[in-house]
Design a protein around this ligand. Structure first.
Ligand SMILES: [Zn+2]
Length: 251
């Protein structure tokens, strides 16, 4: 059956001399693989760009397997950004989406959030990585494991300033609990900048210019989110993009 989908092109890889396998994230079905036979022999205008949103026309496979490509019409061009950091941040967001195992009822929400993320990044001049963390936090919540930023892992109260986290639990702890706890190798105390970023994260879009990032704080916040993900999903979050983003800053 021929279907018309809205879909972001995540990845394209060569299948033969003239054909490609296209990985799309579609608003209707989530992740799908599409074989585009003969597409490389078509003219330049008919070649596709990664990260862009298309109206995709394709034939649904009878059983599990690849869809068959018919045509794609560009809806939004998300292949162009103000600078290479914003571009790498967009790529990392799509890499994250590509790793998710999505429940059918969440696909539309996550799709719309991804489109909003790419659109937003196209106007971000500074510190796009901050927008990535906001996105990662939203995706973490949507993946069903709670909000890493809201409650203390020990007293369970709402956190105003996240001070530290516990490696074994993957959870932040509040200032009061930090004062009562014994220092151990399980306890990771956040830098003042790391604390500030996590506290501001829900409204970080208003603070992009004033925050001075460095490689250490990027690794610190990446490590916290990776750990939270690993402890709560019981599987690691492997994003190549995370180390790429750190490389944009001096150590
Ligand atoms: Zn507490």
């Amino acid at each position: 059956m021929k279907n018309k989908l809205r879909a972001i092109l995540v990845k394209q890889s060569k299948y033969s001399e003239s054909s490609l396998i296209l990985q799309f994230f579609s608003r209707e079905f989530g992740h799908i693989g599409v074989i585009a036979k003969g597409i490389l022999k078509k003219n330049e205008k008919q070649q596709l760009l990664t990260l862009c949103e298309y109206e995709l026309i394709a034939y649904e496979p009878k059983e599990q397997g690849l869809w068959l490509y018919s045509e794609a019409n560009l809806i939004s061009n998300f292949s162009v950004y103000p600078n290479s950091l914003s571009w790498a941040t967009a790529e990392t967001g799509v890499e994250l989406i590509n790793q998710l195992i999505l429940a059918q009822e969440d696909i539309t929400t996550i799709y719309d959030l991804t489109i909003a993320y790419l659109k937003y990044l196209q106007q971000v001049q500074d510190n796009a990585v901050l927008i990535f963390w906001r996105f990662l936090n939203r995706i973490t919540i949507l993946s069903g494991i709670g909000n890493p930023l809201t409650n203390c892992g020990i007293c369970k109260k709402a956190i105003s300033t996240p001070s530290a986290y516990l490696k074994s639990k993957g959870e932040l702890i509040c200032e009061e609990c930090l004062n009562d706890i014994n220092i151990s190798s399980d306890l990771i105390i956040l830098s003042p900048l790391g604390q500030n970023i996590l506290a501001l994260l829900p409204e970080i879009g208003n603070h992009l210019q004033e925050i001075k990032l460095n490689r250490a704080v990027i690794n610190e916040i990446n490590s916290f989110f990776e750990l939270y993900w690993q402890v709560h999903h019981k599987q690691p979050l492997h994003l190549k993009g995370l180390s790429v983003l750190a490389q944009f800053y001096d150590s």
